[in-house]
Design a binder for this molecule. Structure first.
Ligand SMILES: Cc1cc2nc3c(=O)[nH]c(=O)nc-3n(C[C@H](O)[C@H](O)[C@H](O)COP(=O)(O)O)c2cc1C
Length: 196
């Protein structure tokens, strides 16, 4: 069956650049046959965390939260597009992920970091690795690091020049790795029902 993959992106800035990488990944995974959806934290618009999804009585969570919980539960794999603000994570994406916990469990997650400079958001990627692991995901070892993002991707998410070619080559390995773990986790969830 087709893999259902959610791609998360969380910048709220008017002139945001990371959407280029999110669009590139969505298109690349779709081209490989995935059933892929971009989850844009700005469009979802959750408020700063008050109650986690599971802290609402069944059926009483706000619609945006209920809708996203069901998408996360139905997904086979996740990709996190991670920008870097002052060596840290983007707050919009962290706020969205913190609303959930068990909904994330037993599925692989891949991290694609980017920034305006050559470090390509790697420090944020490192932070996300620990956080996603704490939230019960299998964080795959392949990463994408894109920087400077303006030199690698056009406004419509198409690869540019040498940096874009490098991204295309890295993407194949990244997607192959995610695919392997997605299949493995799917098979294991069928073989042995997750304990919670
Ligand atoms: C508040 C803020 C802090 C930033 N801190 C870093 C940083 O620590 N490292 C870095 O490489 N770029 C940093 N940048 C530059 C970002 O990489 C660049 O603006 C990028 O496009 C941000 O992602 P976005 O456009 O999707 O919001 C920072 C940008 C902002 C707005």
């Amino acid at each position: 069956m087709t893999d259902r993959i959610l791609v998360f992106y969380g910048s709220y800035r008017s002139d945001r650049m990371g959407i280029r990488l999110a669009d590139y990944i969505v298109a690349g995974l779709k081209a490989r046959g995935g059933d892929v959806e971009l989850i844009d934290a700005k469009a979802v618009g959750l408020p700063l965390l008050d109650r986690m999804y599971k802290e609402y009585a069944p059926g009483s969570a706000p619609p945006a939260l209920e809708n996203l919980a069901s998408k996360i539960r139905d997904a086979d794999a996740f990709v996190f597009v991670a920008g870097e603000y002052n060596w840290g994570m983007q707050p919009g994406l962290k706020n969205l992920t913190d609303h959930f916990l068990e909904e994330w469990f037993w599925r692989p997650a891949a991290i694609a970091s980017y920034s305006a400079g050559r470090i390509a958001g790697a420090r944020s990627g490192l932070l996300w690795h620990g956080t996603l692991s704490e939230m019960g995901m299998i964080v795959i070892s392949s990463t994408l690091t894109v920087g400077p993002i303006a030199q690698a991707l056009s406004a419509d998410g198409k690869p540019l020049g040498e940096a874009g070619q490098f991204l295309d080559r890295s993407f194949t390995r990244f997607a192959d790795d995610l695919d392997w773990w997605t299949e493995a986790a799917k098979a294991q969830r069928v073989r042995k029902k997750p304990p919670y």
